[in-house]
Design a protein around this ligand. Structure first.
Ligand code: SF4
Length: 211
């Protein structure tokens, strides 16, 4: 895909949604970190339901530690992988208190050293909590980038590298959210909604679906 088409795609996504953000509910970087940890292989809706009950009771490392692994599990057992997520959350809280004065570090290396936090989670936190121009690539973004030809790649790391190279600076901060929302609601996995897609004329996918 050429530069002009990419620019036009980003302009249209921006015009349709000038201030995109995550669908995970959060008020602080710590709440966002925990929500992103919980969202692995789970929907944002299911995470929001759990955190709506959990955060009024505990939304700091101290408070979650006081709940303990079993206490955290009680709030998140509707979410997949809740056993390992509860354990990772408690370990993360301990590290935040021991090494980072109870704060979420604005630092990729320190974030990726937290249990259950990989590159994608670190990218989301750096972007959404701290305003870094990072682009986390999840399953939706990976699909959209490959289908459309916007930034094709064999794995999420190569797609991320490509996006960082080809997305102009003015679009970088919001690119993750535009692409994720496009993948979640329009360019959906099983049956893309090409007939109501606002970038249909620019997309290079060979098997568009108009039903
Ligand atoms: S035209 Fe279809 S395949 Fe292309 S981005 Fe839109 S929904 Fe996805």
């Amino acid at each position: 895909m050429n530069k002009e088409k990419r620019g036009e795609i980003l302009r249209r996504l921006r015009d349709a949604n000038p201030h995109p953000t995550t669908e995970l509910r959060f008020e602080t970087p710590f709440e966002l970190l925990i929500a992103v940890l919980l969202s692995a292989q789970a929907t944002d809706v299911s995470v929001n339901k759990a955190t709506a009950k959990l955060y009024p009771v505990a939304n700091t490392p101290e408070a979650l530690l006081a709940l303990g692994v079993d206490g955290v599990k009680d709030y998140i057992r509707t979410i997949g992988l809740f056993n390992s997520k509860a354990e990772n959350i408690i370990k993360t809280c301990r590290i935040l208190l021991d090494k980072h004065q109870g704060q979420v570090p604005e630092n990729r290396e320190a974030l990726e050293a937290l249990p259950g936090v990989g590159r994608k989670t670190a990218n989301v936190v750096l972007n959404t909590a701290f305003g870094w121009p990072t682009i986390a690539v999840d399953t939706h973004i990976f699909r959209v980038c490959n289908r459309t030809g916007f930034a094709p790649g064999k794995n999420v790391d190569t797609v991320e590298e490509k996006l960082l190279k080809v997305v102009p600076a003015e679009f970088k901060i919001d690119c993750h959210h535009w692409l994720i929302l496009h993948g979640r609601y329009t360019c959906i996995a099983r049956k893309p909604r090409c007939g109501s897609c606002l970038i249909e004329d620019l997309c290079e996918f060979g098997d568009k679906v108009y039903a």
